[in-house]
Design a protein around this ligand. Structure first.
Ligand SMILES: [Zn+2]
Length: 524
């Protein structure tokens, strides 16, 4: 068994308290002895971010380009798991063995350098998996997608299965080349002469970083990396020669105030509005080394990932209140996608002309649009498979078939445990919406209710301002308990009575529905 990519996902607002979401590995654990390696197509978190979690359960060698292996190695050594793996660097066009697998990797363009397209040569023919990609004819490093080799495979043995990135399958036209963003930088930077400039982008987007650095240095600015992953990725990329940034042009953020504003270019993390990242701290005036003001220019060289719009716009709003000039992709071409749009996909499809087409990487509607695109391009509809996570496909002489469904739930990690199932998440959402009410009563078999019911709440009402409401509830609960005891109800029924009376009172009196907890303590 060969694994391709092992990433993480990040939680949205419906997953309170979740740090990270991982693929479930129980199915793999039963087959651990069969796993010969993990081939990582590129260095994005949703493809490499889970390696540390994988290596805690499995000893697996890792394969990928030099940069991807550099990013993986950094994660693995931070977690002190180096002895559970090895890092096998593979080069563009190389064909090699991973266990019984005959693997070829081709250069493909994306928003992180050195991304790979995977070609598997099997006894059932050739399988091509693009990984994430766009077709950039003018990439920053000149490393273009090897469409030649894909055409050669099509004309030679032919390709039996093609799996392609669906992220932008509903966007018409071609994706814009990364180099077009640099043209905006070239045009705008001279206008900001004498002012401090801060650019925020993904730390893995090293071609974007390169373009920012090139223009900034040309304008006589020094580069100040800010944010943990930006500092780390710049160092890894400089060491590997992926980033052409001589050390003399880089300084540490603690020294930024020693420079004239016009000689500064800060490049930082947080372009998705992540609350603890550098840009959010700056927007809240909460950063120890740097404070922003009316003379500063802040550029978000990014686009909000769906779901992140609210935090991103909050950061832009805060920066605007500080008086900063904020540049973002809503009004200026300071970002371009890393994912194939319809013309890119069409071009790749035409180069490969596969027997079977399987859209991957995207939500269902995107997979569907990607499949329809292939059909529009002339592909047989019944040789297109739109499948969900966990669907097991088998390729044999007669074609590609769905043979099984493997359970593929997510693992929601919070702190040290990954035990957040649907019930726990649902409880967290209810608590988040309504707070809770807890009522404790103490009773004895001989004397009945002892003292007053004890009511505590978090988040239901403002207890200081609603003393009357709490007193009324106390009286209702006490009456109900006395009534129940006088009717000879057993202690075991009391908890239910307390919960029902409290729930009824809370609903009628406040029209709110917090979860109700009831405890009955007996002192006989
Ligand atoms: Zn990616």
């Amino acid at each position: 068994m060969l694994l391709i990519d092992f990433g993480v996902m990040f939680p949205d607002a419906t997953m309170p308290g979740v740090d990270v979401i991982l693929p479930d590995t129980r199915w793999l654990q039963e087959r651990a002895a069969d796993i010969v390696g993990l081939l990582i197509t590129h260095g994005h978190e949703d493809h490499v971010g889970g390696v540390v979690h994988l290596l805690r359960d499995f000893e697996v060698p890792l394969y990928g380009s030099a940069l991807t292996m550099g990013i993986a190695r950094h994660k693995v050594s931070e977690a002190r798991l180096e002895d559970r793996t090895s890092f096998q660097v593979v080069s563009d066009g190389e064909r090699f063995k991973i266990g019984p697998f005959d693997v070829e990797v081709l250069p493909i363009t994306h928003s992180v350098p050195q991304s790979l397209c995977v070609v598997l040569h099997t006894h059932q023919g050739v399988i091509v998996h693009t990984g994430d990609f766009k077709l950039d004819s003018n990439p920053i490093d000149g490393r273009i997608t090897d469409l030649e080799r894909l055409r050669e495979l099509q004309e030679g043995p032919g390709v039996r299965v093609l799996m392609t990135d669906s992220t932008n399958a509903d966007k018409p036209g071609w994706s814009a080349s990364e180099s077009t963003v640099g043209e905006t930088f070239e045009r705008r930077f001279p206008e900001w002469n004498g002012r401090r400039v801060l650019v925020s982008c993904f730390a893995s987007h090293l071609h974007r970083v390169q373009q920012v650095c090139d223009v900034a240095i040309k304008e006589g600015r020094t580069i100040f990396p800010l944010g943990r992953s930006m500092v780390n990725n710049l160092r890894i990329a400089q060491e590997l020669g992926v980033l052409d940034l001589p050390h003399r042009y880089v300084d540490s953020i603690e020294r930024v105030d020693m420079y004239e504003p016009g000689a500064v270019c800060v490049i930082c993390t947080g372009s998705q509005g992540e609350p603890n990242a550098a840009l959010s701290l700056l927007a809240r005036s909460d950063h120890p080394d740097l404070s922003l003001g009316p003379d500063d220019v802040v550029m978000l060289s990014s686009h909000p990932i769906p779901g992140n719009e609210i935090p991103v716009y909050r950061v832009i709003d805060q920066l605007s209140r500080l008086g900063c000039e904020v540049i973002h992709d809503g009004h200026e071409h300071v970002h371009t996608t890393g994912h194939a749009q319809r013309e890119d996909l069409r071009c790749l499809y035409d180069a490969v002309l596969p027997e079977w087409y399987v859209p991957v990487e995207g939500e269902y509607r995107m997979l569907r649009r990607n499949a329809d695109l292939a059909i529009e391009a002339g592909h047989e509809p019944d040789r297109t498979l739109v499948v969900l996570d966990g669907t097991q496909l088998a390729l044999d002489e007669s074609g590609l078939h769905v043979v099984a469904h493997i359970p593929a739930p997510y693992r929601f990690v919070d702190g040290l445990l990954d035990d957040l199932g649907p019930e726990v998440l649902d409880a967290r959402r209810k608590l988040g919406v309504g707070g809770f009410v807890h009522v404790v009563v103490v009773v004895s078999q001989k004397s009945g209710l002892i003292g007053h019911p004890e009511i505590s709440t978090q988040g239901w009402i403002d207890a200081d301002k609603s003393v009357v409401v709490l007193a009324e509830l106390e009286v209702e609960v006490a009456q109900a308990v006395r009534g129940a005891l006088s009717k000879g109800k057993g202690l075991e029924d009391l908890e239910r009575v307390v919960r029902r009376v409290t729930g009824g009172f809370v609903g009628n009196r406040t029209r709110r529905r917090p979860p109700i907890l009831a405890s009955v303590i007996t002192v006989d």
